[in-house]
Write a protein that binds this ligand. Structure first.
Ligand SMILES: [Zn+2]
Length: 306
């Protein structure tokens, strides 16, 4: 962690040195007498420090992976319990395992309501959580550390304020939740159920919320890649959401949980589950949404079906 701290320190100091003053000038240039050369010098400082940070981060991640105490037999057992992962190629499984090792290193797993979180449980959660970010890396899971696991569904009591400013205590049953800048909370019975391919996967759902929250509250609009078109995303998701609400209002079951019709954030999270588990259903009903998720996750689960 020391090397990571050094790299972070270099980056933040580079940013401070090259900070612009109230006139928009780079103060480093005036302080040291080379205002005209300052932009190119700061550009170089930025490039060098970013390269150094990336190199150190990669080196540290490799070291964590190589020193992992989890045996191949334990990984084989964990993979075998999640049929969904059998669709992956050998290379994808290898990269998924490496991401899972890093998640196990970076996150803290805590049991709630008396649950003792075992190693097979953490391996299952880490593998399922790695699937959405297989080709994205773990950047989207930064800024929080804890995964809380309940044995089954849970019903937290919360204080809410209604539109008239009156406070109420509410209690609703949940199988999982993701807090902004806070923990991911999972029920183990639903997480274990993630091994069955039925279009429902609690871990993918809650971790999709985390990806969505990277640019603020979960709203079904995560930060897109530079090669994606935000207009195309909005059109595909708005049209799909409106149509799906209509399907649910008419009582029509198309194999996608109507929980997705409750709000845009849930539409994104639920359809992410369907995208990975039942891409055929998503493609059949909402091809434009499938196409956007394929670009966002940089994966094509439909092609894996053969
Ligand atoms: Zn949700």
């Amino acid at each position: 962690m020391t090397l990571r701290w050094v790299a972070t320190s270099v980056l933040s100091n580079a940013a401070k040195i090259c900070k612009r003053d109230s006139f928009g000038d780079l103060s480093i240039g005036y302080r040291w007498g080379f205002p005209e050369q300052a932009p190119i010098i700061c550009h170089l400082i930025s490039q060098v420090s970013t390269t150094m940070f990336t190199f150190l981060r990669t080196w540290l991640d490799r070291r964590i992976i190589q020193r992992s105490p989890i045996t191949e037999l334990q990984w084989t057992t964990a993979f075998a319990a999640i049929p969904l992962l059998q669709r992956l190629t050998a290379d994808e499984k290898h990269r998924l395992q490496e991401l899972a090792i890093l998640i196990l290193y970076q996150k803290e797993f805590m049991g709630a309501s008396g649950l003792m979180v075992t190693q097979p449980m953490t391996l299952s959660i880490a593998l399922q959580a790695s699937l959405p970010v297989l080709n994205l890396g773990l950047v989207g899971y930064q800024g929080w550390t804890t995964v809380i696991v309940y044995p089954a569904g849970f019903a937290p009591r919360r204080q809410i304020t209604d539109k008239y400013g009156v406070e109420h205590t509410v209690q609703s049953s949940l199988s999982g939740e993701a807090w902004q800048r806070g923990p991911v909370v999972l029920s183990w019975d639903e997480t274990e159920h993630g091994g069955i391919i039925d279009g429902h996967n609690l871990v993918i759902h809650e971790f999709a919320h985390k990806l969505d929250m990277q640019n603020g509250v979960a709203n079904g609009f995560p930060p897109l890649h530079v090669d994606m078109d935000s207009g195309e995303w909005v059109e595909a998701f708005s049209d799909g959401y409106e149509d799906f609400q209509g399907q649910c209002n008419r009582g029509k079951d198309i194999g996608i949980s109507c929980y997705a019709a409750s709000e845009p954030a849930e539409y994104f999270a639920v359809l992410s589950e369907v995208f990975f588990e039942r891409p055929d259903i998503l493609w059949q009903h909402y091809a434009a949404v499938y196409d956007q998720l394929r670009k966002y996750y940089r994966q094509d689960p439909l092609a894996r079906l053969g």
